[in-house]
Unconditional design. Structure first.
Length: 345
């Protein structure tokens, strides 16, 4: 066959050179996140980590998640650093519901064609998220899918591993009658409900460039997901956390119900206004014409994490949260179930 008929990998749309250049960008960023347990460096086929010596009988905890269609908002705004933080947050916030210590994180970035500038901004965000959660970025995958992925588009997913002592009671849900429910403030929408938000944009009910609280609505929507690792790791050594619920897809009601035992109910009192970010959620509520209950089952409505604690720990918990400068809201309490409802408003 004539060499003039040769078809190379580059002809198919995949650039090994761009991939190598991105690895060179990632290496120094990732290295700044390395815990002392990490062995080796970025660039190999796999990564290694020893377990922290303080654990006598360690259990590994794992979780995976993505950013969802918030990516479309980031793309429309041409702002890419915050969604990397979102990616880490969605994983580590799930991980710490078991009060586990995050160890390491890996990401997966898929696109039709690697854009080095965009990819660098995303990885910078992932690096910041890992630092905020005291977690090491030890590897990942960047894949080019030419002609098999929408042109100019990308998607993100992440995977996190943490550790917990096996003897810890934290592996079991210990919600009980009389517990108090404390909601920790979110940074806004976090990374859920954006399909509905995009529908409102499509219908011209809201605009990304419209003025909102001294800035634009687009910037408010892109505010990265709050990472609660430091607060939870601090609190778990001070008081007993009976259970935690990360408020993600399914909103406040769907995620809270996941930690309520079948013989108990959560009695919630929010009132006519949302506890935090009232302007943002009220705007979405009015433009979507959703009821309050529909909003609560779609969005976090200002609460990113819920703690179930014993009433005897309430004062101490509040004092610690004030010291941590973590805004909170007392959502309600746990009572015996008298109907088929796990949550009562």
């Amino acid at each position: 066959m004539s060499r003039s008929n040769k078809t190379s990998y580059a002809d198919s749309g995949v650039s090994i050179k761009r991939g190598d250049q991105l690895v060179d960008i990632i290496k120094p960023l990732a290295k700044t996140t390395f815990r002392k347990e990490i062995i080796g460096s970025i660039g190999g086929f796999a990564a290694a980590s020893v377990l922290p010596k303080k654990y006598k009988n360690p259990v590994l905890i794992s979780c995976t998640d993505g950013v969802g269609t918030k990516i479309e908002i980031a793309d429309a705004m041409k702002v890419y650093d915050s969604i990397g933080i979102d990616l880490v947050a969605m994983c580590v916030n799930d991980l710490i519901t078991l009060q586990a210590e995050p160890l390491f994180f890996l990401d997966y970035l898929v696109t039709d064609k690697i854009n080095l500038n965009v990819s660098k901004e995303i990885i910078k965000g992932i690096t910041k998220g890992c630092k905020d959660s005291q977690c090491s970025l030890i590897g990942g995958e960047t894949a080019e899918h030419p002609n098999a992925f929408p042109k100019g588009k990308f998607d993100l997913a992440g995977f996190c591993v943490g550790v917990l002592e096996k003897s810890s009671k934290k592996l079991k849900n210990q919600v009980k009658k009389g517990d108090v429910l404390i909601g920790l403030k979110s940074n806004g929408l976090h990374s859920n409900g954006f399909s509905l938000v995009r529908k409102l944009i499509e219908k011209k009910q809201i605009r990304l460039n419209q003025k909102f609280k001294g800035s634009t609505l687009g910037k408010a929507l892109l505010k990265p997901t709050k990472i609660y690792v430091k607060e939870i790791l601090f609190l778990k050594d001070k008081i007993h956390l009976n259970a935690l619920s990360h408020i993600t897809g399914g909103g406040l009601t769907g995620n809270l119900e996941r930690i309520i035992p079948s013989n108990l109910s959560a009695n919630i009192s929010i009132g006519s206004k949302y506890p935090f970010h009232d302007d943002l959620f009220s705007l979405i509520e009015s433009k979507s014409n959703l009821s309050k209950m529909e909003m609560l089952s779609t969005f976090n409505c200002g609460i990113g994490m819920i703690l179930s604690i014993s009433k005897s720990d309430l004062t101490q918990c509040k004092n610690h949260l004030k010291k941590l400068k973590m805004p909170y809201f007392e959502l309600g309490f746990i009572s015996p179930r008298k109907s088929n409802k796990g949550i009562i408003f």
